[in-house]
Design a protein around this ligand. Structure first.
Ligand code: B12
Length: 227
């Protein structure tokens, strides 16, 4: 437990080398990878808060992102790639370089049995369409962090994907997320669903594909979508 608290602290303090040592130590003690993932997710959410409160500047955030990437590098190969639940194409929209959130969403979805193709950052609508043609996913997940990219690139990408879906008589679903997106905005631009965080993204993805999942936790998502 002490090591887990220490890990959260070291990610927040942005110390990649200590994070590497700690994650390896934690894994030796048979701690589930999912627990480590929760710790990383909490740490990164805390960093977002610190930034808002002006306790952290961009450089601090950058070091924490490096520490997060180091931990991700170690735990990613350990996440069982069962991929029985369906395929999801993920990406951060054009003009936006925020990637930590989508990486966390990817790890949570993979941990739940989805196959995820993460197109990374600065993804244009055409790249999403090309990605669909190449991988044939059941769900496409798009995210935006900046007001500008949400209002321009995300809106455009969702519009183009809906047009492409209708024109070709396809039935993939569109989920949107990221800090600049609200359930209301998601609905207004025509997305099929929205998730506030990685945990919700897992419930929403299961719900859209009618997979079984924890109904109680799913309710919270549905309430957010209704409001
Ligand atoms: C880290 C960070 C950066 C890092 C990004 C590093 C990286 N590799 O990702 C760096 C330093 C590069 C950066 C750059 C910039 N940033 Co910045 N950044 C942040 C910060 C502090 C934290 C974001 C984060 O990683 N949070 C932690 C993760 C775990 O949480 P999350 O991102 O919310 O992700 C969760 C959910 O959104 C959801 N989710 C994520 N993806 C998806 C996908 C789908 C499909 C779904 C359903 C759900 C989902 O699940 C995730 C996990 O639970 C935020 C502040 C904040 N409060 O969040 C500002 C913030 C987003 N940045 C901001 C700005 C302005 C910028 C810059 C323009 C700064 C500048 N002047 O250069 C540039 C933009 C460059 C660009 N073109 O994109 C603003 C945006 C303001 C706005 N509303 O437009 C914010 C809000 C800070 C602020 N208050 O000013 N940034």
């Amino acid at each position: 437990m002490d090591c887990l608290n220490q890990l959260e602290k070291m990610v927040i303090e942005g110390r990649p080398y200590l994070v590497e040592t700690l994650v390896k130590e934690i894994l030796k003690n048979d701690v589930p990878v999912y627990t480590i993932l929760e710790i990383l997710s909490n740490a990164m959410e805390r960093i977002g808060q610190y930034f808002e409160e002006k306790k952290y500047c961009v450089a601090d955030v950058w070091f924490s992102a490096k520490a997060f990437d180091k931990a991700k590098e170690i735990i990613e190969p350990l996440i069982p790639k069962i991929s029985t639940k369906g395929k999801i194409l993920l990406g951060t929209v054009e003009g936006d370089v925020h990637s930590i959130g989508t990486k966390i969403v990817q790890l949570f979805l993979e941990g739940d049995g989805f196959e995820v193709i993460n197109l990374g950052v600065d993804v244009s609508y055409q790249m999403f369409i090309d990605g669909y043609m190449e991988h044939n996913p059941q769900i496409i997940g798009l995210a935006a962090w900046l007001d500008t990219t949400a209002n321009i690139s995300l809106k455009e990408a969702v519009l183009q994907l809906i047009e492409y879906r209708e024109k070709n008589n396809l039935d993939f679903k569109i989920i949107v997320g990221g800090l600049a997106v609200s359930p209301r905005f998601a609905k207004a631009i025509g997305a099929d669903s929205y998730a506030k965080n990685a945990r919700e993204a897992v419930y929403v993805a299961n719900d859209l594909l009618n997979n079984s999942y924890d109904r109680l936790k799913g309710m919270m998502v549905e309430e957010a979508w209704e409001s």
